[in-house]
Design a protein around this ligand. Sequence first.
Ligand code: SF4
Length: 223
Amino acid sequence: MPLLTPALHNELEAADHRFAHASPSEILAWTFERFDGDVAFACSFEDVALLHMIQQVAPGTEVIFLDTGGHFAETIEFVDRLEAAWRLRVTRTAPGVDAVSWPCGTERCCALRKVEPLSRALAGRSAWVTSVKRSDAATRATMKVVHWDEKFKLTKVNPLAAWSDEDVAYYLRSHDLPEHPLWARGYASIGCAPVTIKPVVEGDRRSGRWAGVAKEECGLHES
Ligand code: SF4
């Protein structure tokens, strides 16, 4: 398991400063070189902008898809389609057996269907990459580009930290990339089906997430 030494801490701080205004491609190039390819990408397949960039920089990177058992059929179909078309190396996690006792929206559901499976999938890795953006939610407003992830005990890299939804949309359009099938039906931020509805606040993409449940984060991105 990687350890956070003082030297690594200082290196990550310096990298975070250095990449404050860098492009995602520059950040990815550094990440795969610095960690010698020992990097996984956790992808929700809500959009495929960062997935496409990673395919350019490091094709064959492990793509972790957290299959909670609650996804829309359209999400699963989209994952399958992209996996075949782009020859992705997808690892699909599965909830542990204990998850049966914790249905959607209950206190431990995300922990058992997302956090614990991701922890197992990342074990032994040096770094992971995510698509989170500061603009996603107030809870992500201070997200660094590069930092030590205390929860999963490895380096975490957020190449899109400074991007907006418009930046992602422009990237998808300009590269003619496929979109999640539910976007065409008015969904904007897509998670588990039982708690995802179309946005209820105009201009707030994530306002349809965890509908009826008092939460904003699933526990993956809190460190
Ligand atoms: S979003 Fe809902 S169904 Fe999905 S893992 Fe979290 S609590 Fe469970």
